[in-house]
Write a protein that binds this ligand. Structure first.
Ligand code: KG4
Ligand code: ZN
Length: 334
């Protein structure tokens, strides 16, 4: 039996979780900074790192209490502590890494650095079945849009990436154009409920090109021009048409990747994996699906602990002194 603490502070959520044997979540506490950043229309890095610093000790106590472990400062009987080392906002990453390393040092237990995207990937395995190898993963977050092939544990081959904006970033920017609150994904999903997804013809990025790569800047610009031309366009119709186009582009390239690789197991993870339109559309792909429960789609500590558990299991933990890194591909760490 192993009990790991996972800490996630790469962006605007402070997440701490206690996870048993890589999949059983004993505690998962997340403090979101969204209400603060919403006032600025997006994440302000300096504010983000300050807010992580202010809350992280209290959140650790809460997570330990929720898991039924002692929180008196002594080692709570855990086997290791994992934290995100990157990619993400440098100041925010340093808060989580520094805190986790200090706790590991004081409690004389291993410290396990984890790549944020590997964390997202493992969110699909929390409490659920796991795919056999090989499998594909569609990673859809605020900073990433990628298709990854995983043939053996912790070996990742990036088959496709976005050439410009990430899909979550595009949801956020289009929400802003529509006057909807940050983060844009949930706001657009809500607004789209009463709209028609065929109201406006919007581009599916790079759909005609012979590549698996994605592009979302054209879609964002198309919405900008649409709103300039038709300032009275009903928000639900624009939101629904946009959401359809964004999801279609993901499905098109993923279907192509499944066909080309002949791999019919697909993980979908990252904040945008919470999108209902995406989850429903993915059911029609020719693949067995592995989706994270809604609560683990956005950033959290449980996914970091789950990834760390697997790295320990496969004897490939990253070095203790892995530095905080703002930008690093998943393929660059294995
Ligand atoms: O994975 P995540 O929490 O943070 C990053 O690693 O970037 O993803 C955040 C992104 C934001 O862009 C947010 O708008 C998007 O996920 N998102 C959604 C939904 N919930 C969150 N996008 C579409 N539909 C949703 N329901
Ligand atoms: Zn994330």
């Amino acid at each position: 039996m192993s009990i790991l603490v996972g800490i996630e502070t790469s962006c605007d959520e402070t997440g701490i979780a206690v996870v048993k044997d890589g999949s059983q979540v004993l505690a998962n506490v997340v403090s979101s900074q969204i209400d603060t950043h919403r006032l600025f229309g997006g994440v302000v890095p300096e504010i983000a790192s300050r807010m992580h610093t202010e809350i992280i000790s209290q959140l650790m106590k809460e997570a330990l209490c929720e898991a039924g472990l002692p929180s008196n400062g002594k080692c709570p009987g855990i086997d290791g502590i994992a934290a995100t080392f990157g990619p993400g906002l440098m100041g925010s990453l340093l808060v989580g890494l520094g805190f986790a390393r200090a706790a590991a040092c004081a409690w004389e237990i291993p410290f396990l650095p984890i790549h944020h995207i590997e964390g997202h990937l493992f969110s699909a395995f929390l409490g659920e079945k796991r795919p056999d190898f090989p499998y594909l993963a569609l990673i859809v977050s605020g900073g990433h849009t990628q298709i990854i092939q995983c043939d053996t544990p912790h070996n990742y081959q990036i088959l496709a990436s976005t050439r410009d904006d990430a899909v979550g970033e595009c949801f956020d920017k289009v929400a802003r154009l529509l006057g909807l609150p940050y983060p844009g994904g949930p706001s657009i999903q809500e607004a789209a409920k009463t709209g028609s997804d065929t109201a406006y013809a919007l581009p599916r990025g790079l759909s005609k090109k012979d590549t698996l790569d994605f592009s979302y800047s054209g879609l964002k610009t198309a919405v900008l021009y649409l709103l300039r031309e038709k300032p009275d366009a009903p928000v639900p119709d624009v939101a629904a048409s946009f959401q359809r186009a964004a999801v279609d582009a993901l499905m098109l390239k993923t279907a192509r990747a499944i066909k080309q690789s002949d791999i019919h197991r697909l993980v979908i993870a990252g904040g945008v994996a919470a999108n209902k339109c995406l989850r429903e559309s993915a059911e029609r792909l020719d693949a067995e699906l592995f989706l994270p429960p809604f609560v683990y789609c956005v950033d959290n500590g449980a996914m970091i602990a789950a990834a760390a558990h697997s790295r320990i299991e496969h004897n490939c933990s990253l070095p203790y002194d892995t530095p905080a890194t703002a930008s690093i591909p998943l393929s660059g760490i294995s």
